[in-house]
Design a protein around this ligand. Structure first.
Ligand code: FUC
Length: 765
């Protein structure tokens, strides 16, 4: 893999990012955390490194330290959610600085800060180790005994309330020191979360002085810090079924022993050994896929490279870097046995995070996982499957209640009414499907989620979770959807209480019957459930019934303007709802769905019309969704326009996506979209370079993944592919469209196939 690094010649400012101010309409300057700090993570924790010389700031997040999602009458602005775990300050007092540089290596997932102060070269290296569950910092001086510093962790937002006295969202916390260990622990009131973090301070030589809340190091040559954090949260069924917030975590032990043990074990390794274990683990994921567009390693810092890009000097390295960064961010925020990536991945410095840092199921959380499938990071979706397993009984209960209330004639025994997944969710609570008038997204949200499970299976061909999770998820969602449809006089089956996410008409959320979002998603889900049943050799009355229902869904309708109708009652494009609304929910059958494809050219044309009318200018994730949609329309120029816009207008100097504010979904959607421009597999075959823009005339990619369990590498020149390598993990038949020629062959499990372009087509070599 090429050398990929974000680097800067200035430290990240402390900044003033106060989300409360943002919420109340007064954007405060946010030059610190959101724009300039560099994120690290291992799923267990997220760390933002500022690279400051006088006082370094390491800001730590742990996903389960949450208040409830509080979008309620009391707090209409939306408060609560994920909260900053710790601000760990390192006081160096270095002010006269030369040769400053800070960086984040995407090859090794290591952040580095270096500079010269008083003739001494200081270096800091930081990484978040997944195998050892610790955050590691090593600070070195190149002159013996020249390192003096104080380690000073603080618990942010300790207060008896969050917004106002008596709101029940207070937090207590204390910092204590025992020799070379600093422990910061407390209780977050609402869910009674017991939290603790520990910093182990290990100087190489010099003197260690323990103060009440800090540890001071004098005259050392290097210092190693090991940090672990945790809470008594466990992602289990009871969290979601227990209604009393105070009882959810009641059976689980205080995290103290676990954190102590993690540090005890990690401290037996040398720094070099910890680094080696971390790099081996990380490299096994990041190196699986890469993209070479001919970019040259730049000699200017990343913020200037970005500035040049914005000024119209689009640079191939910058695009490659963005692609790699999306994969890096997913590795840093979604590892098996930890938590799924949330709206900000796993990073929050706030008392109340934007949209609570929740799992939002009408686009955001789905987008997080798109690159897991086509960029060869399949197992990073496991945390969501584990989350689903934990909330499943609650989702079944929501389905019972929903059907009982709205479709009593379809109510069956408790637990057999399907699975209901509404828009809002976090680690403590999910919701059932939205209902009018206050909700805003139809039950298609459930199928939008189930699609991820199908994609996981189709891309990885991993059968381990098929019977236990993937099939039941689809079956459950199909069950719910089939119960909330109404047969029309013309025989069509339409979702009743249907809404195209967040679309408003005359200032109100618009509820109707059978909008495109719900019908398309229902179609995808019924179709997938039947396929999965076939894969498992299962057949029952319900599956037979789905086959009949599928025919009646009428998921795509073309209107008088030639548009895909967002609503059945719409005549011309834009009759109902906002013309340029950021959601393109009527095109989910184009992407991430698959029904709008080349077999129905008139649907593709209508999708193109609708996408064009919707316009390009939008928020971060919306731009990323449009990029994927244009890729599926096989329009390299337009896909590239959107990519360019995403990178120029919706990307911060630390390359985080900006909605605004910072949301991680656009990063993930952007990375997936770049892969989608180069390889597609939703039409029953692999399509190589389906949306190649002129800007990417020559290049190669390595290790992208396609449905059927294929891993693909390819090179191209002057816009034409000349070499293809395919690894077949499942031994499925292989069909590729590359240029104007087809490749068709049987494969065996584990077989590696090479093809070379000759004048009259492709030859197997
Ligand atoms: C959905 C989007 C918003 C925002 C929020 C977190 O509701 O429509 O734009 O991204 O999620």
């Amino acid at each position: 893999m090429k050398h990929y690094e974000l680097w800067y010649t200035k430290e990240a400012p402390f900044g003033q990012e106060d989300f409360h101010l943002f919420r109340h309409g007064r954007r405060s300057p946010d030059d610190g955390w959101e724009k300039w700090s560099l994120p690290l993570g291992n799923g267990y924790m997220g760390i933002n490194v500022f690279g400051r010389t006088e006082t370094e700031r390491l800001q730590i997040t742990e996903n389960s330290l949450e208040n409830p999602i509080a979008f309620n009458a009391k707090y209409p602005g939306g408060n609560g959610g994920l909260q900053n775990f710790c601000e760990c300050y390192l006081d160096f007092g270095h002010t006269e600085i030369q040769n400053y540089r800070r960086s984040l290596s995407l090859n090794h997932a290591v952040a580095k800060t270096e500079y010269i102060c008083n003739g001494v070269h200081y270096t800091r290296e930081h990484f978040a180790s997944y195998p050892d569950r610790v955050f590691v910092t090593k600070i070195t001086a190149d002159r013996k005994n020249a390192l003096c510093m104080t380690v000073r962790p603080e618990i942010p937002f300790v207060s008896s309330y969050l917004m106002e006295e008596g709101d029940g969202m207070g937090k207590t916390g204390t910092v204590q020191v025992s020799e070379n260990k600093i422990t910061f622990s407390g209780v977050m009131d609402f869910y009674n979360i017991l939290f603790e973090g520990q910093v182990l301070v290990l100087p190489e030589d010099g003197e260690l002085i323990s103060h009440e809340k800090t540890v001071e190091i004098k005259n050392a040559s290097s210092v190693l810090l090991l940090i672990a954090v945790g809470t008594n949260y466990k992602m289990e069924n009871r969290i979601f079924t227990e209604k009393d917030p105070k009882k959810k975590l009641a059976p689980y032990p205080h995290p103290h022993d676990r954190i102590s043990e993690i540090l005890e074990i990690a401290s037996q390794f040398s720094y070099e050994k910890l680094l080696k274990r971390h790099v081996a683990d990380y490299a096994s994921l990041i190196e699986r896929a890469s993209l070479d567009l001919g970019g040259k390693i730049p000699e200017i810092p990343t913020n200037l490279l970005h500035q040049n890009y914005k000024n119209g000097n689009a640079d191939r390295y910058f695009e490659e870097l963005y692609f790699t960064y999306g994969r890096y961010l997913l590795i840093a925020s979604s590892r098996p046995e930890t938590y799924p990536a949330n709206l900000q991945g796993t990073w929050s410095r706030y008392a109340s995070s934007p949209w609570s840092s929740g799992y939002w199921h009408n686009i955001n959380v789905q987008m997080n996982y798109w690159p897991a499938f086509n960029t060869n990071l399949h197992e990073l979706f496991l945390p969501y499957m584990q989350y689903f397993n934990a909330y499943r009984p609650a989702a079944e209960n929501y389905a019972d209640l929903y059907i009982e209330k709205h479709f009593p004639e379809n109510l069956t025994e408790k637990g057999t009414n399907g699975i209901s997944i509404g828009t809002a969710a976090n680690l403590y609570r999910t919701t059932g499907v939205d209902t009018p008038p206050s909700g805003h997204s139809g039950p298609g949200t459930c199928a939008f989620t189930a699609k991820l499970f199908t994609d996981y299976y189709e891309f990885s061909m991993d059968e381990r979770y098929l019977e236990e999770i993937i099939y039941p998820a689809n079956y459950g969602v199909a069950t719910l959807l089939s119960k909330c449809m109404e047969e029309q006089p013309d025989g069509k089956l339409l979702v009743k209480y249907s809404a195209s996410p967040e679309q408003r008409h005359d200032g109100k959320y618009y509820w109707t019957k059978g909008c495109a979002f719900d019908q398309q998603m229902a179609y995808e889900c019924f179709h997938d459930t039947i396929l999965l049943a076939e894969a498992l050799g299962k057949e029952d009355d319900f599956i037979r019934n789905l086959r009949e229902k599928l025919e009646k869904l009428d998921p795509v309708q073309i209107g008088a303007s030639g548009q895909i109708k967002e609503y059945r009652e719409e005549v011309h494009y834009g009759d109902i709802g906002e013309y340029h609304h950021r959601h393109i929910s009527h095109l989910v059958g184009l992407y991430p769905g698959t029904i709008i494809n080349r077999n129905v050219p008139e649907w593709l044309r209508a999708a193109e019309y609708s996408l064009t009318e919707r316009g390009d200018i939008s928020t971060g994730w919306s731009t990323a969704h449009k990029l994927n949609a244009w890729a599926r329309l096989k329009n390299g120029k337009r896909a590239y326009d959107l990519l360019n816009m995403l990178l120029s207008k919706c990307t911060l100097p630390n390359l985080w996506d900006s909605h605004p504010p910072f949301q991680i979904d656009g990063n993930f959607g952007g990375t997936a979209g770049m892969a989608e421009m180069l390889l597609q597999s939703h039409e029953g075959y692999l399509h190589l370079l389906p949306a190649l823009p002129d800007e990417w005339k020559n290049g190669s990619f390595d290790g992208l993944t396609a449905r059927g369990g294929f891993t693909v590498s390819a090179t191209w020149e002057n816009g034409t592919a000349n070499e293809i390598k395919v690894i077949s993990s499942a031994g499925k038949p292989l069909k590729i469209l590359a240029g104007d020629a087809w490749i068709e062959t049987e494969t065996e499990k584990g077989e590696i196939l090479h093809f070379s372009r000759k004048e009259n087509g492709w030859t197997k070599i």
